[in-house]
Design a protein around this ligand. Structure first.
Ligand code: AMP
Length: 455
């Protein structure tokens, strides 16, 4: 029950219509800790209720006393416009019975209009770092009396290269403020803004780069674009879903695929970084209101998109990093709902898929689409002799685990005759989930993002 936190009555009142009866894990831990006034570093899975975990104690704090002066009292930084919109909406809901006002400052909106927002001294601001920094350079915001600074999805801000902006914004804020850092993943110590925390309490609920728990993860082997398109149509027939999001890696591919689906008489929306804010809002509203059942999107949409009933995610193109993968898949399975994520895997994606399994500690289930089997059946099998040059073992698999085939190999004459002599590291293939041994190519470095958010 939320009563246990002794939150302001007006906040408790707002929770009822939202249907929040029990706090989620992150809320149970972070709300009381933040209410003590200390800095926090929190990691928790995407969709776990983080937004209310930082908004409720912040709103509570602001309600404890009247605004001391005219400036902003709470500032929330988010990596993307979509997430910013989402946080503003959530904040308005939670502050519905209070006098507290919340405003957004993001790219894609009129600069002059935003300067007028600053003149009205908004108590709570939600902003993307790029645009806010521009306003700071022109002297509009006043963060001298800031009471709380929140970095939402700090890991993503780091990924997107917002480090400098965040540091500059923080430098313009009241040094006595409380700082709350929230992140979906726990990746070492390199959070953006970590140096801004003073003696923080750490609340680590996310396992390293963990994918959402309620989501069933499947892969479908595929050959090329034409094959993927056929698979897509078949899957829409096979799978029962309410709303679906299909991810591509580039804006051009998103437009092309949406165009093709429309040509196939499917009602589909599209969302990517080249669209202005009004167009993006329009597309999301069409999906929310059920005018379209599916949305083709790039990663720009993956953060902050919280649409009820989103129960199918299709990775038409596999995400380029495990972080992006987690956030794409996190669009479904939110707030305890069930979801299905299907990733198309071509021969080029195989190694990355294996890496995601390892890093995210998940196992993809192989889904068959009868009549549309791919020519690609997984990596080429190699002979158990391991003679093939350059054959490497799949990590975590040694010759002991590799089963009977390799037992035989061990007893070979050339091994016994060489006893006592130094050996080069073994190049034997190991039995894997997908076959009796294969030769994965070295994992390529993550390529540059083609659809970076533009805030
Ligand atoms: P978030 O991780 O903040 O994006 O929240 C994910 C979803 O969980 C949102 O749709 C929230 O409205 C919902 N949510 C957050 N806290 C609770 C709660 N205590 N009970 C039920 N739903 C919640």
């Amino acid at each position: 029950m939320f009563d246990q936190f002794q939150l302001h009555d007006r906040l408790l009142k707002a929770l009822e219509p939202l249907g929040y009866c029990e706090p989620t894990d992150v809320q149970r831990e972070a709300i009381p800790a933040a209410m003590t006034g200390q800095d926090l570093k929190v990691s928790s899975e995407t969709g776990s209720g983080k937004t209310a975990a930082f908004l409720l104690p912040t709103l509570h704090k602001l309600l404890q006393k009247d605004a001391p002066k005219a400036g902003t009292r709470a500032l929330i930084l988010t990596p993307t416009r979509e997430l910013c919109r989402q946080v503003v909406k959530h904040c308005k809901q939670l502050a519905a019975f209070t006098h507290l006002e919340v405003n957004a400052i993001t790219g894609g909106h009129d600069f002059k209009y935003q300067r007028a927002i600053f003149r009205k001294n908004p108590e709570i601001l939600v902003a993307t770092p790029g645009r806010l920094k521009e306003h700071i350079e022109r002297g509009s915001p006043d963060f001298n009396d800031l009471e709380v600074l929140i970095l939402d999805e700090a890991d993503r801000m780091l990924d997107m290269g917002f480090m400098d902006e965040v540091m500059e914004i923080a430098a313009s804020c009241n040094p006595e403020r409380q700082t709350l850092l929230f992140s979906a993943t726990l990746d070492g110590q390199q959070y953006v803004g970590e140096s801004l925390l003073r003696d923080p309490q750490t609340i680590a609920l996310a396992k390293p780069r963990q994918a959402s728990g309620q989501v069933k993860q499947q892969i479908v082997l595929s050959d090329d674009e034409k094959h993927k398109n056929k698979l897509l149509l078949k899957l829409f027939e096979q799978v029962e879903y309410d709303k679906a999001i299909i991810f591509t890696n580039t804006k051009a591919q998103a437009n092309k695929l949406a165009g093709w689906l429309r040509y196939m008489k499917l009602e589909v929306g599209v969302l990517h970084g080249d669209m202005d804010q009004d167009a993006r809002n329009n597309e999301m509203n069409r999906l929310r209101r059920g005018r379209v059942k599916m949305l083709v999107a790039t990663d720009v949409a993956a953060r902050g998109l919280d649409i009820k009933g989103m129960d199918l995610v299709i990775n038409y193109d596999l995400a380029r990093s495990s972080e992006d993968f987690v956030h794409r898949v996190g669009r479904t399975g939110r707030a305890g709902e069930e979801g299905l994520a299907i990733s198309f895997i071509t021969h080029r994606d195989w190694d990355l898929m294996v890496r995601f399994e390892r890093e995210l500690q998940i196992r993809f289930e192989k889904r068959k689409v009868p009549g549309l089997e791919a020519k690609f059946k997984g990596p080429k099998k190699v002979k158990a002799s391991g003679k093939k040059a350059g054959v490497k073992k799949r990590s975590g698999e040694n010759s002991k685990e590799a089963g009977k085939g390799n037992e035989k190999v061990k007893k070979r004459h050339r091994d016994t005759k060489n006893i006592g002599k130094r050996r080069a590291p073994s190049a034997k293939p190991a039995a894997g989930k997908w076959g009796d041994g294969f030769a994965p190519a070295p994992i390529k470095k993550k390529p540059a993002r083609l659809d970076q958010d533009e805030d």
